[in-house]
Design a protein around this ligand. Structure first.
Ligand code: MG
Length: 387
């Protein structure tokens, strides 16, 4: 189950909370120049038809007593952090989407916090108690539906779409509510008489690709209740990489291999410093004619040792048929996970043994590098190829 939380009129609500004179008044948070646009409008201002991104002069025309408050990003950011911290008390899988919005994977958290409905209520209460702000929550078995659900009963809403309700819900979902469907797609939708997401199923994947590009097949998946996207924590989406532009273009295997080892150590050390594991390793090669390629490998078991990174990088490199000289070599890791994150059972399997052994070697190398700089250990390591 995936929970999507969206704060209600976030910036405006923060301002109304901190200045009682603004309570129950039409307020917008916006810059001060005539060219500014509305960043957030309070619900009282929305009654006049004022919306985010509307030019301020236009908003003023719509509402005579409109109060314009300059934003205080520092304050919003610190409140946002408090909200995200509350969310991570319920699940380690929190994906912040923006300053006032996040997905939380609550699968399996029911044992700890009761039904998903109870959990949502507790989260809302906690935020209200600690920050005096209201939020709206949507819960669904599919990620994109949870976001749509959170928007259905704003403000202070709680909407749950259960598995048996999905197909009826999708069939009746107005197509313009589907994330990614903008005004240019809507023109085709009108012509093709697609009003609801369910109508997408009338067309073949070929036609949909022709009309909507990559989004076509995705819409068909969504219409069938399939959304492969998962909740991804902040660092999972990030990557750590290191690359070197060579003094001369080369194609010598041994020379490239030692650069790969060198870069693996740098990347591995960064990873360990942040107490992270990686699941995907990639290499990047730029050639003498400036063309470039990347190759990647996703592992069954996350790793953090320089040796494991090097071995995968070398295997990727070996598979590349070199036709030109190389001018840049890079290695990177992505799909990062915290070491304290729940990891799959494979970690206990024997695949993990060499990785465990490498950990102590890496620890020793890291601490020496920390003390004496990264040059000191390089030569010794290069004499000891680990594949
Ligand atoms: Mg919001």
């Amino acid at each position: 189950m995936i929970l999507h939380i969206d704060m209600d009129a976030f910036f405006a609500s923060v301002e109304q909370r901190d200045n009682p004179a603004l309570k129950h008044k039409p307020v917008i948070v916006a810059g001060n120049s005539e060219r500014s646009v509305v960043s957030t409008a309070s619900y009282e201002a929305r009654k006049f038809g004022i919306r985010s991104a509307m030019p301020v002069f236009q908003a003023k025309l719509k509402c005579e007593g409109l109060i314009i408050v300059p934003g205080n990003m520092k304050k919003y950011k610190s409140d946002s952090k408090k909200i995200m911290d509350i969310l991570s008390q319920f699940s380690p899988l929190v994906e912040p989407v923006s300053i006032d919005e996040a997905y939380v994977d609550i699968t399996g958290c029911e044992r700890l916090f009761g039904s998903s409905q109870d959990m949502a209520r507790t989260i809302k209460k906690k935020i209200e108690a600690e920050l005096s702000l209201t939020s709206s929550i949507g819960i669904a078995p599919i990620k994109f539906l949870s976001k749509i659900a959170s928007g259905l009963n704003k403000p202070d809403g709680l909407t749950i779409i259960t598995k048996p309700e999905i197909s009826a819900f999708l069939a009746a979902l107005p197509i313009q509510k589907v994330p990614g469907v903008g005004s240019s797609a809507m023109r085709h939708m009108d012509i093709m008489k697609i009003r609801y997401l369910g109508d997408i199923k009338k067309y073949s994947p070929r036609i949909l690709t022709l009309k909507f590009g990559k989004m076509g097949p995705r819409l068909l998946e969504l219409a069938n209740g399939i959304d492969p996207s998962k909740v991804e924590t902040d660092h999972e989406r990030k990557s750590i990489s290191s690359e070197t532009t060579l003094p001369n273009d080369i194609s010598d295997f041994e020379a490239i291999k030692s650069i790969l080892l060198d870069r693996s150590q740098t990347v591995g050390r960064d990873l360990r410093k942040k107490s992270l594991l990686c699941e995907t390793i990639f290499i990047k090669l730029k050639f003498s004619d400036f063309s470039q390629i990347t190759r990647s490998k996703t592992l069954n078991t996350p790793v953090c040792s320089s040796a494991a990174i090097f071995n995968e990088a070398l295997a990727l490199y070996r598979k590349i048929e070199l036709k030109k000289k190389i001018r840049l070599v890079g290695i990177g890791v992505t799909s990062l996970k915290g070491k304290d994150m729940p990891v799959q059972m494979q970690l206990i399997g024997k695949e993990n043994l060499p990785e465990k052994q490498w950990e102590s070697v890496d620890k020793a190398v890291d601490s020496i590098m920390e003390k004496f700089g990264s040059d000191i250990i390089r030569k010794a390591a290069l004499n000891e190829p680990s594949d």
